[in-house]
Design a binder for this molecule. Sequence first.
Ligand code: SF4
Length: 365
Amino acid sequence: MKPELRSIRDKVEAGTRLTDDDALTLYRSRDLIAVGEMADLANRRKNGDRVYFIVNRHINPTNICINRCKFCAFSKSEDEPLAYTMTMEEILSRAEEAQAQKATELHIVGGLHPRLPFGFYLEMLRTLRERFPSMHIQAFTAVEIDYFAQITGLPLPEVISQLKEAGLGSLPGGGAEIFAPEVRAAICPEKIPGSRWLEVMEAVHAAGLKSNATMLYGHVESLESRVGHMRLLRELQDRTGGFQAFIPLAFHPKNTEIAKGFTTGVEDLMALAVGRLYLDNFAHIKSFWIMVGPKLAQVSLHFGVDDIDGTVVEEKITHAAGAQAGQEMGVSDLVTMIRQAGRIPVERDTLYNVVREFPAEGVRA
Ligand code: SF4
């Protein structure tokens, strides 16, 4: 182990909170195995050998978005040929498929449509809840919630209260990107500032809803801005306790306006491991297999990760930007992936209640 990591290793063993400088030292060390071993220790202290996944279905009701962030290959303007907006029937038919596959969660995010009224989203939630009462609806980024407040003129707590009353169960945590203003100016100048993202999440948590928190890395950001991003998340979590999982998202450059290569495996594992070590008040670190690919997601289970997301079924956002992974993973594939990493697969619901625990045997040499 490099000497500069020894004192950090001592802190991890003692359960002492890491400083921003510690996080930067970890990132800069390039000692992936040492950092991964520390993250594994921190993770297993919280989650033991359990690794979570969920049976879910993603639905993206529209790709039309007024923001047109430079890193986003998913969004379109209304007049572009590939622009789409699903009808309520199309949304319902996807939810029906999800129910047939025994999904416990619908994951719904989309663009900021210039003409869809707030009522469309309320009706979508109400209809889904009435027709599929057993499925949890995890929907909308903080960016979409802010947009609803803008188009209705309603205060944030009122918007959240109406969404909750209509069936919203939690938020997936997107739209955070990197909070530093200079990074946002370069990659998503039209998007709400990081301070507003945090304000929306604080209001969401105050309303009794849980959320996740993401961090988009591997574009123009510095290591300092990544650590600053995590610091703000950790501070908010100290106040609300409303975040469930931290989800580092690897930037995918294809079809975007940002000239950058794909992230490397070491960069992906480091982002997950440092996240586990720094965010001591987050229960879970999620490796989104769509982003890093199933093989690296499996390896990440030894680098601080205890959640590999879910079955997904149809993924438009990352695939528009060049993701190579498939769009769907069966339960047996997820279980095999986790078992072969020597961990215990646990199917969870959105709020991390256990749906099924799979016995540990069956590891193939
Ligand atoms: S990242 Fe979200 S807000 Fe930005 S353009 Fe894409 S869909 Fe719109």
